[in-house]
Design a protein around this ligand. Sequence first.
Ligand code: SAH
Ligand code: SF4
Ligand code: F3S
Length: 462
Amino acid sequence: MMQLLGLSYHLRTFGCQMNQHDSERVAGMLDSLGALPVQKAEEADIVVFLTCCVREAADVRVLGQVASLKNMPTPTGGKRLIAVGGCLAQRDGVKIVEQVPHIDIVFGTYNVASLPSLIEAALAGQGAQVEVLEQNQALSTVLPTTELPSRREQFWHAWLPIMTGCNNYCSYCIVPYVRGREISRPFDEILREVDTLLSDGVIEITLLGQNVNSFGRDLYGETRFAELLRRIGDSGIQRLRFVTSHPKDLSLETIEAFAETKAVMPHLQLPVQSGSNRILAAMNRSYTVEQYLALVDAVRQAAAAAGKGDGSYQGAVALSTDIIVGFPGETETDFQATCDLAKAVGFAQAFTFIYSRRAGTPAAELVDDTPAEVIQDRFQRLVAAVQQSAWQQNQLEAGRVNQVLVEGVSKRDPLMLAGRSEKNTTVHAPLPAGSSADEFVGRVLPMRIDTAKTWYLQGELI
Ligand code: SAH
Ligand code: SF4
Ligand code: F3S
């Protein structure tokens, strides 16, 4: 096997947790070949981009960064190798090299395992290397990325992909085209990985999939996500989370497993996208507002009955969501319905996006004539509504004790510990005098909440 001893590398990761996880695999591979990770791209001999193309802004940012790096010398004066992977690479392949010269390597989402050999060829002066397989080719020829070494970002947390791809084809979304059809990993493989993570000292696992609720359908002919939650819950892991749940596949069985499995944290990310039935239909989301609200009610009832969170209907579980503003044809009435829904649910958090046309998706063919200023104005109003509901949800925690997994110190104040509550809210607490943050990082500690702000809670270690 080739060695990269003496070479430094830097990773830039964009987009969702799928890329986050792939980047841990890339780091694991490069580490095992002897390369050294560095904090800054300017100091690296090899720069690897893991790109996203879910919205237009994501494409533009990556290509801008690549371009600005190409003229900067490396510390040793040699030529810097630039590799572009991830979803943009999968979508555009060789076109990327044509558009942005000086990219040495393009590798698709099924080609992560090939990166070392592509680097070797590029270092040997064999010119630009492009390897982008389609899913049907990839299945039989490539080592699944899940069997590669991995270097986790934090010792206490692990991302665990339970499936890749997406079968849903929401009309606006590029993901099914760049990540392929759903492929679940078998139970025993996942459970074995859980055991390894446990023996490595991991205390929080986040299961990953574009639609975890349909886990197992391709393998076992029926979804078995509820069973997976219960079985991982029995492993002894302290905290279990998962993203993302598609509302149309959130079964009663899964809601019960979510509520009853103690290790599963009282937080559910349930993307709604819109509060208008007309727009939901045009998005091909396969549920109505009424069905969504009924799910939220079922989740809250089950979680409260199982004593999750504070055990109350509103405080048993924190709900978060994704919302798109300005989908083609969205009227003021549709938009109002979205704000009404956000208010009715009381989201603890919402990721809000302005619709971005993605060529090749069905929505790209729709008439899209809402003026940009109108969309911008709606976006601001939605953000304000979401802030209001996040603030309200956080007030429920004031005076309560939260179990907080300490992640480090606050970006703005090195004397302030920062971590995540069970509901996934950021919590700050002063670092006790005379101690170092390292003593607390990676531990779950009780904190009493004094003040609740919009995006974080302020508390004190008990
Ligand atoms: N599989 C997940 C999320 C995948 S992408 C799910 O369905 O919930 C994350 C979010 O990006 C989506 O939930 C959606 O809100 C947003 N998104 C996807 N495509 C988009 C587009 N073309 N324009 C704007 N936002 C988009
Ligand atoms: Fe995209 Fe829809 Fe699949 Fe999520 S469920 S990845 S939004 S197609
Ligand atoms: Fe982006 Fe690819 Fe994830 S397009 S959102 S990085 S699956």
